[in-house]
Design a protein around this ligand. Structure first.
Ligand code: SAH
Length: 349
């Protein structure tokens, strides 16, 4: 904890560092009233005694992300390439009518190697700290129009959150803590490619929402696109969710992410198998037509196939939505912006 930058400290930790809970709360209030973030911590805060603040700023800094690039698509989806202490990460703000969702990265690069995901081309660069995740939220929030305030967060940017779970759990705590920004736990969604030990711990420890990227209905196909399925196969992952639902009085829904690939996982049999697999798993399915990037042989199914798959699943009683691509012209799927910049010779500072 000693050298964590401010957005990474909980109210409890700040209370210990600053010597009083009131000062801790004033500090958090100050932080979340900054639009945009300042370059560094100020020499004084009007609401915190100088005696407590001075030793604090001698020890703790502020995360100062630099917006290296900002691309805005027609529907307002805004993708940021951010530089965080020399590493590039991407953050996306996705507006809806009354809200914005901020999609944040949990790692620079990724520890996993999913065939369809542009992030794998970058390899694994480093883990992000909780304060760097919160800082991504702060940057995107600062640019959200007033009528579309950023009240939702999804961990669906670069990285596998369950391979960096301590920091992700801390970030969830920071994003949901009082006095600010106090996001509802159900409005913060952590998405995993299916890392079983992390899944178990997350279910036991976190109130945040969960998304599982299933992306196939047989282990054979899933292994092709998500190699770590060999270690944690479909039945083990869904079995864990089923067990969790049995343990709870009020089960919580898991979002099942299902990227549709032409001719690979989009058949009628897949649709039927998907519904059967999810029996006893409180869930909602998000169908995501594959967002292609150069260099892969995977293809997006024709629109009619997506609709047919959707209708077949819904007819069998499953809750399901199609996530039609947003921000496609700005390559707003995992890793695609940073990758495009690397291809253009972009070098992080
Ligand atoms: N590692 C985590 C979070 C990052 S990926 C996970 O796998 O869930 C976030 C979501 O984007 C996942 O559901 C993943 O399957 C999906 N995704 C990744 N690349 C994609 C692409 N090219 N087109 C469509 N969806 C993609």
């Amino acid at each position: 904890m000693a050298n964590r930058a401010l957005p990474g400290l909980t109210v409890e930790e700040l209370t210990r560092e600053l010597g009083s809970r009131t000062r801790a709360i004033e500090t958090v209030k100050w932080l979340f009233a900054q639009w945009p973030l300042p370059e560094r911590l100020p020499d004084a805060l009007p609401t915190v005694s100088h005696r407590a603040w001075r030793p604090f700023i001698a020890k703790h800094g502020l995360v100062t992300p630099r917006i290296v690039e900002r691309s805005v698509s027609e529907d307002g989806t805004t993708k940021y390439a951010l530089e965080l202490s020399g590493t590039s990460v991407e953050t996306v703000r996705i507006p809806s009518k009354t809200r914005s969702t901020v999609c944040i990265s949990s790692q620079a690069g990724c520890t996993r190697t999913c065939a369809f995901c542009a992030t794998k081309e970058l390899g694994f660069i480093r883990q992000l700290k909780a304060e760097e995740m919160v800082a991504q939220y702060l940057v995107a929030r600062a640019e959200a129009p007033r009528h579309q305030s950023a009240r939702n967060v999804v961990f669906m940017g670069m990285g596998e959150p369950f391979d960096n779970l301590d920091e992700v759990l801390r970030a969830v705590e920071l994003l949901t803590q009082a006095p600010a920004p106090m996001l509802r736990a159900e409005s913060v969604t952590v998405s995993t490619s299916g890392v079983l030990p992390g899944l178990r711990r997350f279910l036991a420890e976190s109130k945040a929402a969960l998304a599982l990227s299933l992306n196939a209905t047989t282990d054979e196909v899933r292994e092709q696109v998500m190699p770590h399925n060999k270690t944690w196969p479909i039945a083990a992952l869904l079995g864990e969710l089923r067990e969790d639902a049995r343990r709870r009085r009020r089960p919580r829904d898991t979002f099942i992410e299902y990227v549709l690939f032409d001719g690979l996982n989009d058949s009628d049999e897949d649709a039927d198998r998907l519904v059967r697999l999810l029996d006893g798993v409180p869930s909602r399915i998000n169908l995501i037509p594959y967002n292609p990037y150069p260099g892969t042989s995977l293809k997006t199914p024709p629109e009619a196939r997506v609709v047919r798959f959707y209708e077949r699943v819904v007819k069998q009683g499953a809750l399901c939505l199609v996530r039609w691509p947003r921000g496609r012209e700005i390559a707003a799927a995992c890793g695609q912006l940073v990758l495009a910049k690397e291809a253009l010779g972009f070098q992080p500072l």
